[in-house]
Structure formats: structure tokens, C-alpha cells
Write a protein that binds this ligand. Structure first.
Ligand code: NDP
Ligand code: OXD
Length: 311
């Protein structure tokens, strides 16, 4: 099956690199800039596709993301409602994300920012340490990645809460919340807030003044969802007023983070370049194969998102 690359920010042929020969028996990869017969293209792989990307392919049935999130594809104005949008679900990615989140939770719990500052001034001073049980962690989003992060944090002994759109049964040691009231209840008990939500109209701007204000004073934000979830000025104000003690930010608007943005030099913020975790090329490749099989069989591909919900 022929599969077209659609991206304005990445050379996807270069990105897939070593996987291309392994896919060759099943999938012929073509670049949208190459000449070709557009009507025979039934599937695509995309990351930040150009606005008119889908207009040229009248028979396209499915488009695969190269990541867990699909907001950049759903935002494309030429995407037709009948095209299945497929995301990557990769347990190794969830494990990597979990490591990132745990590192930051412990950074906050064990007061490493203060130790780093003390070292700079050659100060030898022991700080009061708190047990894991004293630091409640709340996850916004309890999906493929959130469930892994929650289980790992709970195993380390942190009190863990998780918020989702729908109510779900929770394993022992993790308290579940859902809906608007559920969020308020959870935030009132939260010291560390981890954003693992997809970007949808309902979640955009959720990391705001009101949300921070509901948390325990001196809390910490770990922002690994999407930049659009965060109201930047509200975070700066929460840090200034010491409502929040610090924040780890991995995602931004726009990316890369603008050179003059105050986050870069803020003493209470750790910036990473959208690298909290990475999807493996093997997982992307498996997603492409499974999608090709489904399109050929006239089935809905595995991990096709709910277009109405936006994730
Ligand atoms: P999933 O789709 O598996 O899970 C999404 C979770 O968010 C679900 O629990 C869902 O609730 C919940 N949710 C969605 N909308 C709402 C809402 N309005 N209110 C409350 N809860 C809501 O996604 P993943 O776990 O695979 O990934 C989550 C996100 O993490 C990605 O979309 C992406 O934005 C981000 N990400 C960031 C990476 C990085 O490197 N920084 C890497 C990978 C992902 P329910 O269970 O009820 O459906
Ligand atoms: C993402 C990813 O969706 O890296 O951000 O998978």
C-alpha cells in the first residue's frame, strides 16, 4: 500500500530512516512533494501537516501520527471528517514518561533545587526531608500513559490521584476523579500536579490561575501535555506569589520556545525541549502496518481516535 508523508516541520523520510527497508514489503512511502498519482493514496503518516495537506488525496482513508498526540493533525483544516486519525500507543513510551515524571516529583519532594542553590554558594545545610507519603501527586489524564505513571508513583509510596473524563474503576492505591467537581476535589488535595491530557477544546487553558489556586500552597507543576494547556502568565504569577514552588515544562506554544521567553531563565522553572519521552520507531512502524492491514480489509484501524472527543 502507498503511504504519503505529510509534514511541514519534519522530514518524515529522514525521521523513519532505518525503518523504511523493514516496511518495504508492505508499504511504499512517498513524499507529498514527489510527483505521483494522488487517487491511489489510501493512507498517510503526518506530523504538523500543511493546511492543504489532505486536499490532494480524495481516497485517503487513514492518517497515522508519529506520536501519542493527534492534536496537530486534527487541527489541519483540510482533514475530512471521514478520515481515521490513528495515534501511536507504545508501552515503552509510557515507561519513559513515567521516569521523567518520577524524576521531577522526587526533585520537588527532596528539595534538590534548594540543594543546587546551596552548592552554588558552598552552603552545607541539611534540610528537613519529607516522606513520600506526605507528598500527594495528582495526574490530569489517566489514559495509556497516565495509568503507567500512576502505577509507578503508587509503587514508590506516593499518594496518587488521577482525573479522567469518564468514571473508571481504579486499582488499589490510586484514587480516581472525573468531571468538573471531581477536579476541584482532587486539586484541594494536590501538591504535585502532572498534566498528561490530550489537547482538546475542553482541556485547552486548563492549567490556569484557578487551577493553581486550588492546589496546596507551595505545589509543583509537571507539564508534559501540550503547550496550549498552560496559561503562561498565570504560571509566572503563581510562582511569583509562591503558590507554586516550581515547575517542569516540556511543551510550549510555539515550539521551539521563543528565545526571549521568560521561562528560559526563570529560577523556579526547568525547561526541556518536548523530550519527556519518545515513541520508538518500531512502534511507529507497527502502527503503519496495522493501519495498512485495516484499510485494506475495510476495517477501522486500531488506535483510531474518537474524532468527536478529539483524542
Ligand atoms: P490517552 O488518550 O490514552 O489518555 C487521555 C486521558 O485524558 C484519558 O484518561 C482521558 O479520559 C483524559 N481526558 C481527555 N479529555 C479529558 C477531559 N476533558 N477531562 C478529563 N480528562 C480528560 O492519551 P495518552 O495517555 O497516550 O497521552 C496523553 C497525552 O500526553 C497526549 O495526548 C499528549 O498530549 C501528551 N504526550 C506528551 C509527550 C511528551 O513528550 N511531552 C509524549 C506523549 C504524549 P478518559 O479515560 O475518560 O477517556
Ligand atoms: C507526543 C509524542 O504526542 O511525543 O508528544 O508522542
Amino acid at each position: 500500500m502507498r503511504c504519503v508523508f505529510l509534514s511541514k516541520s519534519l522530514d518524515l523520510r529522514d525521521y523513519l530512516g532505518t525503518e523504511i527497508p523493514h516496511l518495504a514489503d508492505r508499504i511504499e512511502l512517498v513524499d507529498h512533494r514527489d510527483d505521483g498519482t494522488d487517487a491511489d493514496i489510501q493512507m498517510a503518516i503526518a506530523w504538523k501537516p500543511p493546511d492543504d495537506a489532505f486536499a490532494r488525496y480524495p481516497n485517503l482513508q487513514a492518517v497515522c501520527s508519529i506520536g501519542a498526540g493527534v492534536d496537530n493533525i486534527l487541527a489541519c483544516p483540510s482533514l475530512r471528517p471521514d478520515i481515521d486519525v490513528v495515534r501511536v500507543v507504545d508501552p515503552a513510551q509510557a515507561q519513559m514518561m513515567s521516569g521523567f515524571v518520577i524524576w521531577h516529583v522526587i526533585w520537588h519532594q527532596r528539595r534538590f533545587a534548594t540543594y543546587l542553590a546551596q552548592q552554588r554558594d558552598q552552603i552545607w545545610r541539611r534540610l528537613r526531608q519529607r516522606a513520600v507519603q506526605e507528598v500527594p501527586v495528582a495526574l490530569l489524564g489517566y489514559g495509556e500513559i497516565g495509568q503507567r505513571v500512576a502505577a509507578d508513583l503508587a509503587m514508590l509510596g506516593f499518594p496518587v490521584m488521577a482525573w479522567s473524563r469518564t468514571e473508571k474503576p481504579m486499582p488499589a492505591g490510586i484514587i480516581g476523579y472525573h468531571g468538573h467537581d471531581g477536579l476541584a476535589d482532587m486539586l484541594a488535595r494536590t501538591e504535585v500536579l502532572v498534566n498528561l491530557l490530550p489537547l482538546t477544546p475542553q482541556t485547552r487553558g486548563l492549567l490556569n490561575r484557578e487551577t493553581f489556586g486550588r492546589m496546596r500552597r507551595g505545589g509543583y507543576l509537571i507539564q508534559v501535555g501540550r503547550g496550549e494547556h498552560l496559561v503562561d502568565a498565570d504560571l509566572l504569577a503563581a510562582l511569583e506569589s509562591e503558590q507554586l514552588a516550581g515547575a517542569a515544562l516540556d511543551v510550549f506554544v510555539p515550539e521551539p520556545l521563543q528565545p526571549n521567553h521568560p521561562f528560559w531563565r526563570h529560577p523556579k522553572i526547568i525547561v526541556t525541549p518536548h523530550d519527556a519521552c519518545d515513541v520508538s520507531l518500531t512502534a511507529v512502524s507497527a502502527t503503519l502496518r496495522a493501519t495498512a492491514d485495516a484499510v485494506e480489509a475495510g476495517r477501522r484501524p486500531p488506535h483510531a481516535v474518537d474524532r468527536a472527543q478529539g483524542y
